[in-house]
Each structure stands twice: as structure tokens, then as C-alpha cells.
Design a protein around this ligand. Structure first.
Ligand code: ZN
Length: 328
């Protein structure tokens, strides 16, 4: 089981056990919640990652502008890619491990040293690095849209199944001779992942099987999975001074109601406007002429914007500052 770099996973409902393997060493075996792993992944700020990746892409350009590539260039691109993955790994172990596994697998190919081979190898590395950016947007889009539907079935039929091709992938599995949950001897099925998209899309499918709701917290703007079927409005994230959205939000909501403040309306509009821009940009597939706003830029903006809104409601930020931020 330990000869490949990547993640082994065994799932039972929302519970999962995963084993992370790097360089023939089991570096972590732990229990996770599928829902938390999936939603948590969308919270990482990858806006710097995006900037570094753009730099790496520039470095893959042909040296003479036409078709010349060198071995040194390839080595430098691979090293930058691995460094980027290492950087990610410090905060987001899962993504770091999957990126490294994907890159190592790409480096492990026969290289005949031709320009064509170098070009293809670099472009494969870039594709692997781009996966978190593209996939996060798609998963976010589906999860966010769950809130628009009353039932799981309606959401599935309207939003997910028509784009079912995205989910049709190979999810390689192996039979091992013990149970990952209990360590007892048993023939059990585990899934193996060495790339970002397959791992997170698989988690998405396992999450969707549970037929749970996903809501957007009106306080922090992030997605969350309500713990019960009660009408939970706000999430349990710790927002400030050890207090969660659930604890802070009702008070803020009262202020909000009392105010009838046009700035808050403007905030909601800015949020929707920017998300529409993301949809247009992400769907344009590199088509120029569409205003650039990537999903990760939007997420970083949204985090700041919700923070500004809270500070404004708490009187710690002036109307002028808040207004300027929204309109920027
Ligand atoms: Zn929240």
C-alpha cells in the first residue's frame, strides 16, 4: 500500500479514514468528516497561489518565442512547481500532498529531451497546478447552488445531472486485507488518489449521497452544512474573540434591521455582481474581452467584505470606508 504517493481513503457515510503516503512513508492516518474536508477546502485563500502559478506559466514560454525549450527550463519549472506545492502543504496538507503526488508522477516519465517532449511535460505540470483553481470554483458553484433548491432531488436534477460528465471519472480502488476504520483483518475496499480533482470530486459525490443541505452564512459569507434540520441560519465558525457567527450574528442582524441602511443593500448587490463576474470569467475559458475576476480573487474579496460589513455594523469602520470598499 505504501509504494505510491497519494491518499488512500475509505468512506462510510460522512465518516472517512484516510492514509497519506509520501516517499514510501505513512505520514498520517486519521479520521475525517467528508463534509468538513470538502467545505474546509474551499476556505483556503489561494489568491497568492494563483499569482505564483501565472509566473510559472510565463516561464514555460518558448525561449525564442517560437519553439525552443531547454532542459534547464524544464528543471526550473518543475522545481518551482514543487516549491509551490510545498508552500501549499504548510497550510493545506491535503492539497499539498495531492499536488506533489501529481507532479512526481509527471516527472517520472521517459524524457527523450526533444522540444516537443519538454513542452508537453511542462504543460502537464501547469495543468496539474491549475486543478485546484478550476475544481474549487466548480465545487463551490454546485454547493452554493444547493441553497436555491428546497429538495436534494430538485438540485440534483436541475443543476448537477445535466453536467454529469464532470463527475464521471475513474476512481481507482484497491482491496486491502484490513479495515482502515478498525484495523481488523478484513478484505476491504479503499480508494486511491494522486490528484486534486479526483479526490475532491469523489468527496463531493460522497457528500451528495448524504443528501444534506448547504447554506451560505449571512454573517461571514461562507458555505456551511447545517448540523440538523432545524432552521440554522448561521455557521459555527469562530469569527472574532472566540465567538462564532451563531453567537454574534443575531445581534448584528438586529442592528441591520433597525437601520434599513442603503449601504447594506449596496453590499449585497456588490456581492452578487462580483459573483456573476466570476461566473462569466470562469465560463469564458480564457476568452479575452471578459473582465477578469477569478474565483479565488472573489473569495479573497468576499472574506474581506464580510469582515468590513461586521466592523461597520459594530461601528469600528465608518460608512465612508465601508462604502469605498464595496465600490472599489
Ligand atoms: Zn459564518
Amino acid at each position: 500500500m505504501i509504494d505510491k504517493n497519494g491518499i488512500y481513503l475509505s468512506v462510510d457515510g460522512d465518516n472517512a479514514v484516510r492514509v497519506i503516503i509520501e516517499n514510501n512513508i505513512k505520514i498520517q492516518t486519521n479520521r475525517i468528516k467528508v463534509s468538513e474536508e470538502l467545505i474546509g477546502e474551499l476556505e483556503y485563500d489561494l489568491s497568492n497561489y494563483e499569482v505564483v502559478l501565472e509566473h510559472i506559466i510565463e516561464e514555460t514560454e518558448p525561449l525564442d518565442g517560437i519553439g525552443e525549450y531547454s532542459e534547464e527550463q524544464f528543471n526550473s519549472v518543475s522545481n518551482m512547481a514543487l516549491e509551490l506545492a510545498d508552500g501549499v502543504r504548510e497550510n493545506d496538507l491535503t492539497t499539498g500532498v495531492l499536488l506533489r503526488a501529481a507532479i512526481y508522477k509527471l516527472l517520472d516519465i521517459d524524457d527523450d529531451g526533444t522540444a516537443m517532449c519538454l513542452m508537453t511535460a511542462m504543460s502537464n505540470i501547469v495543468d496539474a497546478l491549475r486543478e485546484p483553481l478550476d475544481t474549487r470554483y466548480i465545487l463551490y458553484k454546485y454547493l452554493k447552488s444547493r441553497g436555491e433548491f428546497e429538495t436534494h432531488d430538485k438540485w440534483l436534477k436541475t443543476n448537477v445531472l445535466p453536467e454529469g460528465y464532470f463527475f464521471r471519472r475513474d476512481y481507482p480502488c484497491e482491496i486491502i486485507n484490513y479495515d482502515l476504520f478498525t484495523n481488523e483483518p478484513k478484505l476491504s475496499q479503499v480508494f486511491f488518489f494522486d490528484n486534486y480533482t479526483d479526490y475532491f470530486v469523489f468527496l463531493f459525490l460522497k457528500f451528495a449521497e448524504q443528501q444534506r443541505r448547504v447554506l451560505e452564512c449571512p454573517c461571514c459569507g461562507k458555505l456551511f452544512v447545517p448540523k440538523s434540520n432545524r432552521a440554522e441560519m448561521y455557521c459555527d465558525r469562530v469569527l472574532v474573540d472566540g465567538k462564532t457567527c451563531k453567537q454574534i450574528a443575531p445581534k448584528l442582524a438586529r442592528k441591520l434591521k433597525q437601520r434599513n441602511d442603503p449601504l447594506l443593500e449596496e453590499y449585497e448587490k456588490a456581492k452578487n455582481r462580483n459573483y456573476k463576474r466570476v461566473e462569466r470569467y470562469e465560463n469564458a475559458d480564457g476568452n479575452s474581452g471578459v473582465m477578469r475576476l477569478t474565483f479565488n480573487e472573489y473569495k479573497a474579496w468576499l472574506d474581506k467584505a464580510s469582515e468590513m460589513k461586521r466592523l461597520y455594523l459594530q461601528g469600528k469602520v465608518t460608512a465612508k470606508e465601508f462604502g469605498e470598499f464595496i465600490r472599489a
